[in-house]
Design a binder for this molecule. Structure first.
Ligand SMILES: [Zn+2]
Length: 477
């Protein structure tokens, strides 16, 4: 099934009924999750509609829990959260403020934060999350935990693609894990508010979106090597449908040009919907996200944390470069001598990789539990994998439609004045090398880094060589 894209990104993101029709017509329709997002309001001034919307959706006449962090947010009429609370009260709706995180706006979606937030929301008639990625992730998790408490999300920056799905990134024993939570009943994206957000947040959204040029190739690879059969062409098609135009207009993100901002926001929404319908983050999350999660795990409390999308953007360039390297080596016969290490070989490596971060061993335990499953599948498929080289040329031809060149990704980041090098984000050399070399040891998901490792071309000297190559494009460290 080929899906045409006559609509603008914003029109497509608002038309959930149209998207449901498209997904129902997909060949893999039976394997997709229903698109459970209740509605998308996207455009200038939509935040003015929050009070009637909340009045319509809330469970009873009790208070509404407004969940937010301490960051002041600019809107046309003043501070956004104060304006939203005032509009609700003026409509006769009681508001309970649930403020999360510390003065530095440092929030972790960990078990303690969720428990406290759930207690603070108990008995509320609706949860209204107002913020960027983590706050809305917490809103989705609260709504799930509180028996489907209605949830309206007011997105305040185009910082990530995770607003429009039913998944939240939560911290489990210090490790970031994507967890199924609940779709929002409404997603409000006021493009005036987004344009007033700090520009680095919107630049980070561009960075997160660059993974759309690398992650789908990882997902297709996972199918090729017998790790995961869930690849959905229609989810990938939707996630990628408007990304080219965002890259072409990337300089408009820097200038807060209304059209560029709306286009970016809508493309992120479509990417989020694709992840929700796929039932997994794979349409927008691959190797670059694994490595980014390791960088996050290595961040020290009290030091400034680079934005998720900023890291993903810089890492997508490296992922595109590793894909180019793997394809070149595979064409030269590199699939004829794949490695099949056993659990006894790998378990000490995985545990050692995380031992310096967490001497208690809990983090290593959590990562090994996930990695062991991937390794077991790899070894179980060894008979078929020894003939992988025969199936590679057809797969390689498909990759042309999924990957972008590192140069194109660097050019888009530069046009938006977004960071291209990891050290610009405050990531130290040694940390970056560690995260690149060990990202594949963190979870169950198979990516190009796993294949490179099993081909014997992803050890420490290979990481260094890739970084040297990246420096020639202006990226890397
Ligand atoms: Zn992301």
């Amino acid at each position: 099934v080929s899906i045409a894209h006559p609509l603008s990104a914003a029109d497509a993101a608002r038309d959930l009924a149209g998207l449901r029709v498209q997904f129902a017509a997909a060949e893999e329709a039976a394997d997709l999750q229903p698109l459970g997002l209740g509605g998308v309001l996207l455009g200038a001034g939509v935040v003015d509609r929050v009070a009637p919307l909340v009045a319509e959706l809330r469970r009873d006449h009790g208070d509404v829990a407004l969940v937010a962090d301490r960051r002041p947010m600019a809107a046309a009429g003043g501070e956004l959260k104060a304006g939203v609370a005032a509009a609700l009260r003026a409509a006769g709706i009681g508001v309970r403020l649930v403020t999360l995180g510390d003065e530095r706006v440092d929030i972790h979606a960990d078990a303690a934060t969720l428990r406290e937030a759930a207690e603070a929301c108990a008995g509320a008639s609706l949860v209204l999350s107002v913020g960027s990625g983590t706050i809305v992730d917490i809103g989705k998790a609260l709504s799930a935990r509180l028996d489907g408490l209605p949830h309206v999300a007011v997105q305040t920056a185009a910082s990530v693609n995770g607003f429009a799905d039913d998944q939240s990134v939560l911290l489990v024993d210090g490790v970031k894990r994507t967890t199924t939570t609940r779709w929002a009943d409404r997603l409000l994206i006021d493009s005036d508010v987004i344009a007033r957000a700090p520009v680095e947040l919107n630049r980070a959204g561009l960075g997160d979106l660059l993974a759309t040029y690398t992650a789908p190739a990882d997902w297709l690879l996972a199918r090729l090597v017998g790790q995961d059969d869930s690849y959905s062409p229609s989810a990938v098609d939707l996630a990628r449908s408007h990304v080219d135009s965002v890259l072409d207009g990337a300089d408009g993100i820097h200038r807060a040009d209304p059209e560029a901002i709306e286009n970016l926001t809508a493309a992120l929404t479509l990417s989020g919907i694709a992840m929700g319908v796929a039932g997994r983050t794979a349409p927008g999350s691959g190797m670059e996200h694994n490595v980014s999660h390791l960088l996050e795990m290595a961040e020290r409390p009290g030091t400034p944390r680079p934005l998720h999308g900023a890291k993903v953007g810089a890492l997508s360039v490296l992922s595109a470069m590793l894909w180019a390297r793997v394809r070149a080596v595979a064409r030269g016969g590199g699939l004829h001598a794949l490695r099949f290490p056993d659990a006894e070989d790998m378990e000490p490596c995985v545990r050692a990789a995380f031992a310096t971060l967490d001497p208690s061993g809990k983090m290593g335990e959590e990562c090994w539990r996930e990695y062991a499953r991937k390794l077991e599948r790899w070894n179980a498929a060894s008979d078929r994998l020894t003939t992988l080289w025969q199936r590679w040329p057809a797969f390689d031809a498909e990759l042309d439609g999924l990957l972008a060149s590192p140069e194109r990704l660097v050019a888009a980041l530069r046009a938006a004045r977004a960071p291209v090098r990891l050290t610009q984000l405050g990531v130290r050399d040694a940390t970056a090398r560690w995260a690149l070399a060990h990202g594949h040891l963190m979870r169950d998901r198979f990516t190009v880094a796993d294949l490179a490792f099993f081909m014997g071309i992803w050890d420490a000297p290979d990481v260094d060589a890739l970084l040297i190559g990246a420096a020639r494009h202006g990226g890397g460290l």
